[in-house]
Design a protein around this ligand. Structure first.
Ligand code: UD1
Length: 420
């Protein structure tokens, strides 16, 4: 198993190129199941979660040919409709194949994803919506078995809660359904927007893209023609490197980024005292005289993302004063707290609210990564800790950060990947 050895660095500098978004790539790869042609995807990040989903597609009979940051997916030979436990257990987002397989073949089996480190994460809303579209769903021996031999029917879906992969899944089901599907309380994340835009460009009329009400005109079951496209920049990767600039109080430029997807993150960094220069696809963060404390509530897009909560907690340890961070989306997304405490952070937890007293000097030690974003918070803490920090179990990081140690090294950090 690999781990990262990080030596505290006084400052970072230079530029970091942002990769394509993992969370946009996943539904877009699943969408290829709806295609009648070979689909070329550009700006694909080189991360393990993407390889996992492509492996799942290959297991189902598709052909995936790789280039550098690109893939061509041919699902014309796809014949299997069962996503087995072996793959789904390694990545919950595998559930994204449920709707496209069901829409195309009229049946699908997907292993139930189960809980994960950050919370229960049920898929009840995906299933309830599919049932409303006419699917018959049974849960058998840990698998969801969905059938719709006569195809899915458009209808009105009102999501009880905003769900990102739930919205993406139902949009894909609706694309091949008979008639119009209206999704009320849809997720508005840029990753959902890109999925809708590509489907729209492929002949599926979707109204309300980027709003909470999506109206999808289904095509009655015909496979679609999808032209080559490029994945949008990863706003969470970008946010993480902005925090790297902020925690080391350095000037750092991100390239190949979409600043407007980062409004909530930039607003919080501004409240903390940082300033920025932005162009259409770059952001430069400038150092501040004093890092100020902040109040953060995680919510659905366009509000502050839960996927940036852990990184801001690491940053808050360097603010002068008390920061308050409230996690509203996941019930157990504070696994990084105890690791940050071991490095000297003063954090108290009360239910879903963390109070961080700064500024504290952090000391390097052995820490354990527990989930993807928690891991990046530990890397950020390691950047400014006194001495050496060894971040173990970085397979979590590899799931979602493309070339993390290379990118940080190029910006002047002292980071090494070693074997346990
Ligand atoms: C996606 C992102 C993840 C991010 C999260 C919230 C991907 C691959 N993952 O996860 O990085 O942290 O959005 O922005 O894009 N819920 C239910 N029932 C359901 C579905 C969801 O109760 O059927 C609940 C969840 O437990 C959670 C909330 O709704 O409390 C939001 O979850 P959801 O938006 O579905 O998260 P994911 O799509 O799994």
């Amino acid at each position: 198993m690999d781990y990262l050895k990080i030596q505290g660095t006084p400052s970072l500098s230079g530029t970091i190129k942002i990769s394509g978004a993992k969370n946009a790539s996943l539904p877009l790869i699943a969408m290829c199941i709806l295609a009648k042609n070979k689909v070329k995807i550009n700006n694909l990040p080189d991360v393990v979660d993407i390889k996992t989903l492509l492996k799942l597609l290959s297991n189902l009979g598709s052909e995936c040919s790789f280039g550098v940051n690109e893939v061509v997916i041919d699902t014309s030979m796809m014949h299997e409709t069962k996503a087995t436990y072996e793959i789904v257990k390694t990545m919950r987002a595998s559930i994204l194949v449920l709707c496209p397989i069901l829409a195309r073949f009229g049946h699908c089996e997907v292993s139930l994803p189960g809980g994960c480190a950050i919370g229960q994460r049920p898929i009840d809303l995906h299933l309830k919506a599919l049932e409303k579209m006419g699917a018959v769903i049974e849960i058998k021996a840990g698998y969801v078995e969905a059938k719709a031999p006569k195809g899915l029917k458009g209808c009105e879906i009102i999501f009880d809660k905003i769900t990102v992969t739930g919205t993406a899944n139902i949009v894909m089901a609706a694309a091949l359904a008979d008639g119009v599907t209206t999704i009320v309380n849809a997720a508005r994340e840029p990753e959902v927007v890109q999925l809708c835009e590509i489907l729209n460009d492929s002949g599926i009329t979707i109204e309300g893209i980027g709003t909470a009400v999506l109206k999808i005109q289904g095509n009655g079951g015909k496979l679609i023609d999808i032209q080559p496209f490029s994945i949008i920049p990863d706003r969470i990767e970008a946010g993480t490197y902005l925090c790297a600039g902020a925690i080391t109080n350095s000037e750092l430029t991100l390239t190949d980024v979409e600043p407007k997807h980062l409004d909530a993150v930039l607003a919080k960094l501004e409240e903390m005292g940082f300033s920025f220069t932005t162009t259409s696809n770059t952001i430069t963060i400038h150092p501040t005289d004093e890092i100020k404390p902040v109040k953060i509530i995680t919510q659905e897009y366009p509000a502050f993302p839960t996927d940036m909560q852990a990184q801001f907690m690491a940053l808050a340890t360097q603010a002068n004063g008390t920061s308050v961070i409230e996690e509203r989306l996941f019930e157990n997304r504070f696994m990084h707290v105890s690791e940050l405490q071991r490095m000297g952070a003063e954090i108290s937890l009360n239910g879903h609210i963390a109070t961080v007293n700064g500024k504290t000097e952090l000391s390097g030690t052995d820490v354990m990564a527990t989930d993807l974003r928690a891991s990046s918070a530990l890397v950020l803490a390691g950047l400014i800790a006194k001495g050496e920090t060894d971040v173990h179990r970085i397979y979590h990081l590899d799931r979602g950060y493309d070339a993390l140690e290379m990118k940080l090294k190029n910006a002047g950090a002292n980071v090494q990947r070693l074997k346990e």
